[in-house]
Design a protein around this ligand. Structure first.
Ligand code: PRX
Length: 635
């Protein structure tokens, strides 16, 4: 009997020990008892981090949508699977039952087939948080097409890069989207993107805002008439355990975004098992994760994890500030939400509003609170704990990544005693290691180092689409035989982990992972810009904000700096999206560089953070004089 549901601390330690000592037996038992397989595996795990190559449940055949939907029909057919809460609170919420989800996914899958989409084809999904997004995702999985969901806040350039990188021939979108009081012309963004995507043959368009849009003959098709004509039955494609399920792009510190490839069986088993335990989900609970399905959190913990457990998963179209900052609390009250999973940046924004709006609503249904995406600071943790959880609902500070597929370090609520700012203990099956400066693993407690994982787990990404070498170089070359996360962490006296933040040039802004290089590239496209460097600095709501140092070309003319700042941010919005805009832009005559020409970001970071007491040795710089100049003009 596997311990599918962990209920006390002793049990956690016991199960954890087993998962480390006999990982194959452990995961085999979990997989055996809780999922629907068309064929069982021949081998639970084979792995070699030097290649790297990892295979879980090899030989098994399955379809994840049978586990998310079909399996529940007999017992939970009329239960709500997806509870859609629209942007506008006066629009009725939509309860999509498992029976209805089955029909809608099958219809959509048949539409895709009708458009010639086949197993293994990549389909780009650029859809706002409306039911079609979840349904399109599952429809791809139903027929074995690989979905590549692109967050519908990304710009046309960012979308085009992602469409082209994995050669999508089909794009799914909507006429537009609602975002608070605004509407966004999503189809217009797609049209712009497709000017540079010659491979796209079909665009399926869902109707959401009823705007008057341009439909390109032969390429663009309204979705609804096709769905209306499609059959409500679609046999699930037989997938091998290691067949790709999806690609999801994440920013690296350099180069273009990395298309992380997740495969089928291991991802399913791990996201299901973590969902059940990390949220202590019980049959009649209503669970709500506020992320967008365009991010990994939405993939794993709005769609796949909840649905494999037959849960009711709330999907929210809007923003926390519309029509006012009480919206989250109103939704919790209205739908009697039991588990609430959000990001520190949202908590900080809401905490700024005081407690009046929180106190207005009945939050007594809440049992578990979650946090994800960036370190949660102590103040935000206490505000969340005191005012939302009323000190009754444990906070699970869940550390993980797009690459890890599922939650890796986290308390288990009612099991692991929580500690503010600590993600606490590794989840079952996860073997973290902290590495020191000399490349050796730091043993024992009270140590601070770079966070690695030294044994495979079922939901880890298997490669970067089209570039396995980059996968190896990025994650498996810093430390031999270990997956390197890019984060720093410390382990306290009882073995709890606290994530201290990125140790590379990735900056987490409002929980979004942003690489410095693509932003610098966007800025450098501005005709007046000669060179630029981006660093992060602390921000009370966003966690980090971006600070740009920009050298202008010497044209002899004087330029209006305020206008230039606007234009630079416009450039970034066009190339990446508004999330990557800079809060501060300092124009400077030079950037501190090493003799080999590398920008010393460490110095720039300290200046932007106004922490110049110890800048370290600047004498080895090529141009030490610029440091004082930059300090004198800091914003
Ligand atoms: O730096 C860590 C931070 O977010 C990074 C991963 O970002 P992404 O791939 O976009 O996935 C975010 C959602 C899973 C990590 O390398 N991070 C994520 N969760 C936490 C965190 N930092 C501290 N505490 C967390 N709970």
């Amino acid at each position: 009997m596997s311990n599918y549901h962990i209920k006390h601390l002793e049990e956690y330690y016991q199960v954890y020990r087993k998962s480390v000592r006999e990982p194959e037996n452990f995961w085999e038992e979990v997989a055996e008892e809780h999922f629907m397989w068309q064929r069982k595996w021949d081998n639970v795990l084979s792995w070699d981090f030097s290649k790297p190559e990892v295979k879980w449940f090899e030989g098994a055949q399955l379809n994840i949508t049978e586990n998310c939907i079909d399996r529940h029909l007999a017992t939970r057919g009329n239960k709500t699977a997806i509870l859609f809460e629209p942007n506008d609170p006066s629009e009725a919420a939509e309860h999509i039952t498992y029976n209805q989800l089955y029909e809608r996914v099958c219809e959509f899958a048949n539409v895709l087939k009708g458009q010639g989409v086949k197993k293994g084809d990549r389909v780009c999904i650029y859809v706002p948080m409306i039911p079609e997004l979840a349904i399109a995702t599952l429809a791809c999985a139903r027929i074995g097409a690989i979905h590549s969901v692109v967050f519908a806040g990304f710009s046309s350039t960012a979308l085009a890069t992602r469409i082209n990188d994995c050669d999508c021939k089909t794009v799914i979108t909507s006429d537009g989207s609602y975002r608070g009081a605004k509407t966004i012309d999503l189809k217009g963004i797609v049209d712009d993107a497709l000017d540079s995507c010659p491979g796209v043959e079909t665009v399926l368009v869902a109707k959401r805002i009823n705007s008057d849009i341009n439909m390109k003959q032969g390429r663009d098709k309204w979705l609804q008439p096709l769905l209306d004509a499609a059959s409500k039955e679609c046999p699930a494609e037989v997938m091998n355990a290691e067949d790709p399920l999806f690609i999801l792009y994440t920013s690296g510190s350099t180069g273009k975004p990395k298309g992380m490839v997740h495969t089928t069986a291991g991802y399913m088993v791990y996201t299901a098992y973590t969902f059940k335990n990390v949220f202590q989900y019980k049959e009649d609970d209503v669970y709500w994760c506020t992320a967008d399905i365009g991010w990994i959190t939405g993939h794993s913990y709005i769609v796949y994890g909840p649905l494999t457990n037959g849960a009711t998963s709330v999907m929210f179209e809007g923003v926390p500030s519309y029509p006012d900052f009480g919206r989250f609390w109103e939704i919790i009250d209205k739908h009697q939400v039991n588990q609430f999973y959000t990001a520190p940046t949202a908590i900080r924004a809401l905490a700024k509003q005081g407690t009046e709006l929180v106190d207005k609503y009945d939050l007594s249904s809440l049992k578990v609170l979650g946090s994800v995406g960036e370190p949660i600071n102590e103040e935000a943790w206490h505000w969340y704990n005191d005012n939302v959880g009323k000190k009754q609902s444990p906070i699970v500070d869940t550390w993980w990544q797009t690459e890890t597929g599922g939650i890796m370090i986290t308390p288990i609520p009612f099991v692991t005693p929580t500690k503010p700012t600590y993600a606490t203990l590794p989840f079952i099956g996860i073997q973290p290691a902290l590495m020191g400066e000399d490349g050796q693993e730091l043993k024992g407690n009270q140590v601070d180092g770079r966070l690695c994982i030294k044994f495979p787990w079922p939901s880890m990404a298997r490669t970067i689409w089209g570039n396995h070498q980059r996968y190896r170089d990025t994650y498996f070359s810093a430390y031999e035989n270990k997956y390197f996360t890019g984060d720093g962490a410390l382990r306290d006296d009882v073995g709890y982990y606290r994530i201290t933040g990125r140790v590379d040039d990735v900056i987490i802004v409002s929980g979004h992972n942003l690489g410095t290089a693509p932003i610098e590239d966007a800025i450098n496209e501005h005709p007046a810009v000669a060179e630029s460097a981006i660093v992060g600095f602390p921000h009370d709501v966003k966690g980090n904000a971006l600070y740009g140092y920009v050298i202008l070309k010497d044209t002899g003319e004087s330029r209006n700096h305020e206008n230039l700042r606007k234009e630079i941010n416009q450039m970034i919005t066009e190339h990446i999206g508004p999330i990557a805009k800079l809060d501060k832009i300092q124009f400077t005559s030079g950037l501190p560089k090493t003799r080999s020409g590398k920008i010393m970001r460490r110095i720039l970071r300290k200046i932007a953070c106004k922490d110049t007491s110890n800048l370290g040795d600047t004498s080895t710089l090529l141009n030490p004089e610029v440091v004082q100049d930059i300090m004198d003009n800091v914003l």
